[in-house]
Design a binder for this molecule. Structure first.
Ligand SMILES: [Zn+2]
Length: 302
């Protein structure tokens, strides 16, 4: 690796930083050697956190001359990699300023923040650090090609991609729903409750099942038996199970696939055919603010 911090001097956004890194390291391996990259970019060491309740941290001075990255040792490797990339994002983003004590401390929920922050500086930094980590670990040019493989969206493909890029299925899923041509949503559940969902709001309509609610009785997870770690077949489900469907209106088919995981967790992939979903698009556009619409046009990859 030849890259150094000087090469990134003009980059001020997560997208620009990743572009510059990839420009200077065109042969960057997959999975991205994140720790080696950090050490090239003035991170002195990457060490376990000693403060409970946090997933990652960065110790640095206001001038960010160099830094130390902290990670939660108890987390799985894939998640630690994302955390380290996230902290590198805080280090490299010129607008991210450490606290008066010279540090950033990030919780697990910060690592999942995907939007917002227009009026909350701290949240904005978390969202940006996540964009940086996601694009650095899953470089869009390569990731796009892997996501396009296969006739239909499929959890087996998502698992293979997560393995290839050495990221969690959830982190891969967040990028998958953006890059896959078909409208796809990933729903994370635990003990039959919806914890969170990821979708591209321009392609996939909002779910009718809110966060924290029990998953619908007619969903594939509940209407069949599943084996832990074995993705189910892709099954057609009545769209009304997961989506708002106006009475009397013909809805495009909705497909559902389930991966039961340990500790009561499950991933549910919802998908539709590429040509469908148009009827919902206008509604979603209307929900967006003009700033979001503009961002959407400027950065269609997000
Ligand atoms: Zn953070």
């Amino acid at each position: 690796m030849n890259i150094s911090r000087i090469d990134l001097a003009d980059a001020a956004s997560p997208e620009r930083l990743v572009l510059e890194i990839l420009k200077h390291e065109p042969q960057l391996a997959i999975p991205v050697p994140i720790e080696e990259l950090c050490l090239r970019l003035d991170i002195l060491e990457i060490v376990p956190l000693t403060t409970d309740g946090y997933e990652g941290g960065l110790l640095t001075s206001a001038d960010k001359f160099n830094g130390t990255i902290l990670f939660n040792e108890a987390s799985p490797r894939e998640r630690r990699r994302f955390t380290i990339a996230h902290e590198l994002g805080h280090f490299l983003m010129p607008s991210h300023v450490p606290s008066a004590e010279g540090r950033f401390l990030c919780r697990l929920q910060d690592m999942r923040a995907l939007k917002g922050g227009e009026s909350d500086r701290r949240l904005k930094m978390e969202v940006e650090a996540n964009r940086f980590a996601s694009q650095l670990l899953m470089p869009p040019q390569k990731f796009r090609v892997d996501v396009a493989v296969g006739k239909d969206p499929d959890i087996r493909q998502l698992s293979a991609i997560a393995k290839k890029y050495d990221v969690s299925k959830e982190a891969a899923g967040r990028a998958y729903v953006k890059f896959r041509e078909e409208p796809v949503a990933i729903v994370v559940t635990q003990n039959d409750k919806v914890l969170r969902d990821y979708r591209d709001s321009l392609k996939f309509p909002r779910l009718s099942v809110p966060t924290g609610a029990m998953i619908p009785a007619h969903s594939l997870l509940l209407r069949r038996k599943h084996e832990i770690g074995v993705p189910s077949e892709i099954d057609e489900t009545d769209a009304g199970v997961w989506l708002h469907v106006e009475r009397g209106r013909q809805s495009a088919p909705l497909y559902e696939q389930v991966l039961l995981q340990r500790q009561g967790f499950a991933l549910i992939m919802l998908s539709r055919e590429a040509a469908s979903g148009d009827e919902d698009e206008a509604d979603e556009e209307a929900e967006m603010t003009s700033a979001e619409r503009l961002k959407r046009r400027l950065y269609p990859d997000r």
